[in-house]
Design a protein around this ligand. Structure first.
Ligand code: NAP
Ligand code: ZN
Length: 351
């Protein structure tokens, strides 16, 4: 074991602060990474504040962070895909059983024995896993991704969660040229959803509660922007969407969006609000519409997404912050005040 600097929360109500954690020495299968940037996902905030206590209660101290890019510092004897000095990335998962039907289909995120990057039992240390708000991380090579060399690293970090979480359902629901696609909530996930839907050739409509984001939405690739609090603007899109991606972090009216789907249209929830959302049965049954969810994406698809981003020059729009500003960043996330992802410059942890 070795000691690594990190930022952690001691309880659901405590601010995050500096600490030291134990990391394992790399085993044969492991890659040790010096973390350069880590994105700030709204899930970090939900988890730190124990807002998902019914599904995944938080164990403290909690070191969040699952949008990790960095440089390889050491590899185990059996690691062939990486060598010291390479760029490397880690997302929301660090292990799975590798043998279940989900793993065999490349859908490790649904493995019953998946290990998430933070706040999950760590079979190596006996404690919980600690995430990317840290100077380094040690991860099994199966869960380490290659970062295309042409991408800006601060902007690439958010691809590891916000990127794959929006890319995967768009591929699953066949977002292509000629499809009308809605993206609800222009935050970290939403703005990546807009970039991917645009790159895949769809007609993209952004739904936002923030009128001030309209110009940005168009710049990011939207064809139209709807201020969702204006009912006349909503009504103009009734029964017209093939697919809607809902990336909202708080309570909101999803029935209103279901009514915007065409016959057989699908709304996929990726946002994970604390409380249940209300659905009208008639909204679904009258036009055979469907409502579904999606969790991040498998490892092979995450690499596919990174390569797609390399080819299309896609990164997240980031505001780079030092780790010392993380509590302020969380307060701003709650006000929908980020354009459009905070990316922590992990060199600040050395300060
Ligand atoms: P974020 O950057 O905070 O963005 C959330 C956006 O939702 C805001 O920018 C805002 O957009 C909208 N919003 C916030 N409060 C709202 C309200 N009361 N009513 C309507 N709209 C509201 O968050 P994020 O990091 O993108 O994460 C979004 C959600 O996805 C979180 O719940 C997160 O935990 C979840 N998530 C899920 C997965 C998965 O695998 N399924 C992966 C990562 C994250 P406007 O200003 O445009 O209205
Ligand atoms: Zn995330």
């Amino acid at each position: 074991m070795y000691q690594a600097k990190a930022y952690s929360a001691a309880s659901a109500t405590a601010a995050l602060g500096g600490t030291t954690i134990q990391r394992r020495e790399p085993t044969d299968q492991d890659v040790q990474i010096e973390i350069l940037f880590c994105g700030v996902c709204h899930s970090d905030l939900h988890q730190v504040r124990n807002e998902w206590s019914e599904v995944m209660p938080t164990v403290y101290p909690c070191v969040p962070g699952h949008e990790i890019v960095g440089r390889v510092t050491k590899v185990g004897a059996a690691v062939k895909k990486f060598k010291a000095g390479d760029l490397a990335a880690v997302g929301c998962m660090v292990d799975s059983d590798g043998t279940c039907p989900h793993c065999r289909e490349g859908l490790e995120q649904f493995c019953p024995n998946v290990t998430l990057t933070y706040n999950f039992p760590d079979k190596h240390t006996g404690a919980v896993t600690y995430g990317g708000y840290s100077e380094s991380v040690v991860v099994n090579q199966r869960f380490v991704l290659h970062v295309p060399k042409n991408l800006d690293l601060a902007g690439a970090a958010p691809l590891l969660c916000a990127g794959i979480t929006t890319y995967s359902p768009m591929r699953h629901w066949n977002v292509t040229k000629g499809k009308k696609v809605g993206v609800v909530g222009l935050g970290g996930l939403g703005h990546m959803g807009v970039k991917f839907a645009h790159a895949l050739g769809a007609h993209v409509v952004v739904f936002t509660t923030s009128p001030g984001k309209k110009d940005d939405a168009l710049r990011l690739g939207a064809d139209e922007v709807v201020i969702s609090r204006h009912s006349n603007e909503m009504a103009a899109h009734a029964s017209s969407f093939d697919f809607i991606l809902d990336a909202v972090s708080a309570d909101h009216d999803i029935a209103a969006y279901i009514n915007l789907l065409k016959r057989d249209g699908n709304l996929t929830l990726v946002g994970a609000p604390q409380k249940p959302l209300a659905v009208s049965a008639f909204g679904l049954i009258m036009a055979r519409r469907s409502l579904s969810g999606s969790a991040i994406g498998g490892i092979a698809e995450t690499q596919e997404m990174l390569d797609f981003c390399g080819q299309h020059q896609i990164t997240s729009d980031v505001e780079i912050i030092p780790i010392q500003k993380i509590n302020e960043a969380y307060d701003r996330l709650l006000k929908s005040d980020v354009k459009y992802r905070f990316s922590i410059d992990m060199a600040s942890l050395k300060a």
